[in-house]
Design a binder for this molecule. Structure first.
Ligand SMILES: *[C@@H]1O[C@H](CO)[C@@H](O)[C@H](O)[C@H]1NC(C)=O
Ligand SMILES: *[C@@H]1O[C@H](CO)[C@@H](O)[C@H](O)[C@H]1NC(C)=O
Ligand SMILES: *[C@@H]1O[C@H](CO)[C@@H](O)[C@H](O)[C@H]1NC(C)=O
Ligand SMILES: *[C@@H]1O[C@H](CO)[C@@H](O)[C@H](O)[C@H]1NC(C)=O
Ligand SMILES: *[C@@H]1O[C@H](CO)[C@@H](O)[C@H](O)[C@H]1NC(C)=O
Ligand SMILES: *[C@@H]1O[C@H](CO)[C@@H](O)[C@H](O)[C@H]1NC(C)=O
Length: 407
């Protein structure tokens, strides 16, 4: 401060002692410099906010428009399986790979293959002991995989046998057989780690029996029978630990009924009826809000486009928005964002996404191969792997990946 005022004083002193034209020239230069600085500042402000900014706004609007209006391809082919197959099973393993087991392609299959999402390769692993389709696959809490029942061309063709895939040795081991041979049954992992197997087909009839597999003793124990014999039904583990079983076919009767298995009482209790009869080919998915979404399937005379929601707190079903296509033997996968991807089941290549928060369906892009009785698994990276199935003329070995849109 002191130095500055001393400097100003010296300048003023200099001006006072200089001649008048010197004094005026200094003022003109000073004023010109100030005017020049003001001009430069105004020009740069003008350039920054008036001339350049509208361009930026235009750019950002055009990118928003292109991402919302032009749909990104969400389906892509990945490597083909070594074997074509339908009515196989598949499951996501702990290490992120997908295990595909058995199925039918004119022959009943004994082989299994592993998909590695990192290399997108399929590797054939050891054969099971028994060839089978229409079996179930279950992830045990110890990481091993349980395969139960199914069907093949031997006698008797309904299978009671079960096998374990041991992750540590990568081999198959025969475990105890079920009390009742069955295919098109369900298998559910209970919260205590046991596997509940329910219903299924035997010959042209249906079973009402249920049995529990204990992974520690490797034994099967028969449990209470369901209220209805069923084959081709669904089973969903609810967030309260109960198992919801829906529809299916009871000998000659196509079912709209649903029932709950309570692991505490080990009993089956009838719950609300679905609005539609769904004798097979429908899906059931647990939503993050605790409700269960059931889609499509067959009512005995037609393929269904309807979807309904089960509320476990009230024990009732309510219809929700119809899908745009009637579908059967499709897949429904719960994505990491909670939406449900419905794919395959014929009626064109359109796939659909159910948004539980709005209860609406939206377009999820076009699948590359029309397929039914394929399988689908959500990978650790959030993509969905769809594999195999039947396209009305051929058994498929193709596989594709669905990549969810990130909002
Ligand atoms: C994906 O695979 C199908 C056959 O499965 C083929 O028809 C289609 O052209 C493939 N698409 C691309 C983009 O390679
Ligand atoms: C597996 O994937 C890797 C990397 O993509 C590739 O180099 C290799 O040839 C593949 N192996 C087989 C058996 O397809
Ligand atoms: C399983 O089925 C086979 C062939 O029918 C039979 O010999 C065997 O006794 C059955 N096992 C059980 C536990 O019922
Ligand atoms: C549910 O449907 C079955 C027929 O499938 C019928 O016998 C039963 O009475 C129905 N239950 C209720 C509560 O409507
Ligand atoms: C759903 O589709 C069925 C035909 O399958 C139709 O009868 C019904 O009116 C549709 N519901 C709505 C809400 O569009
Ligand atoms: C989906 O079907 C439509 C109509 O048949 C066709 O034009 C389109 O190429 C198909 N898309 C794919 C990915 O196959």
């Amino acid at each position: 401060m002191n130095q500055n005022s001393a400097y100003v004083g010296r300048v003023i002193g200099n001006i006072r002692t200089s001649k008048w034209w010197n004094h005026r020239r200094f003022r003109i230069i000073l004023i010109s410099v100030i005017i020049f600085i003001i001009f430069v500042i105004t020009l740069s402000l003008l350039l920054k906010f008036v001339i350049l900014t509208p361009k930026k706004v235009q750019e950002s609007t055009s990118t928003t428009i292109s991402t919302t209006i032009i749909p990104q391809p969400r389906w892509s082919n990945t490597s083909k399986m070594h074997q074509s197959r339908r009515l196989h099973t598949s499951t996501l393993l702990r290490d992120g790979k997908v295990l595909v087991v058995g199925g039918y392609n004119g022959l009943v299959l004994r082989n299994a293959e592993l998909y590695d999402p990192l290399t997108e390769n399929w590797t054939i692993i050891h054969n099971m002991h028994t060839e089978r389709y229409g079996h179930t696959i279950s992830n045990l809490n110890n990481g091993n995989i349980l395969i139960c029942g199914g069907y093949n061309n031997d006698f008797p063709s309904n299978l009671n046998s079960s096998e374990l895939y041991d992750l540590s040795t990568e081999t198959w081991k025969i475990t105890s057989s079920m009390h009742h041979a069955r295919h098109y049954h369900t298998a559910s992992l209970l919260s205590d780690g046991k596997i509940l197997v329910a219903g299924g087909a035997v010959g042209l009839g249906s079973r009402d029996s249920a049995e529990l597999y204990d992974p520690s003793s490797e034994n099967w124990v028969l449990r209470s029978k369901m209220n209805y014999a069923r084959r081709g039904h669904t089973a969903t583990v609810l967030s309260n630990g109960k198992i919801l079983v829906t529809g299916g076919k009871s000998n000659d009767l196509a079912l709209n009924t649903a029932e709950l298995y309570d692991p505490l009482t080990e009993n089956w209790i009838v719950t609300g009826n679905m609005s539609e009869v769904r004798e097979g080919g429908h899906t059931a998915s647990l939503l993050s809000n605790g409700q269960v979404l059931v889609t499509g399937g067959h009512d005995g005379s037609r393929i269904l486009n309807s979807a309904e929601l089960y509320d476990p707190t009230k024990g009732i079903w309510t219809m929700t928005m119809n899908m745009s296509n009637a579908l059967e033997y499709h897949t429904a996968s719960v994505l990491q964002d909670g939406k449900v991807l419905v794919a395959g089941g014929y009626k064109g290549n359109l796939t659909e996404l159910f948004d539980p928060s709005t209860e609406t369906w939206e377009n999820a892009g076009e699948i590359n191969d029309l397929r039914t009785s394929h399988t689908a698994n959500v990978l650790l990276n959030g993509k969905v792997l769809i594999m195999g199935g039947y396209d009305s003329t051929s058994f498929l070995n193709t596989a594709e990946l669905y990549e969810p849109l990130i909002n």
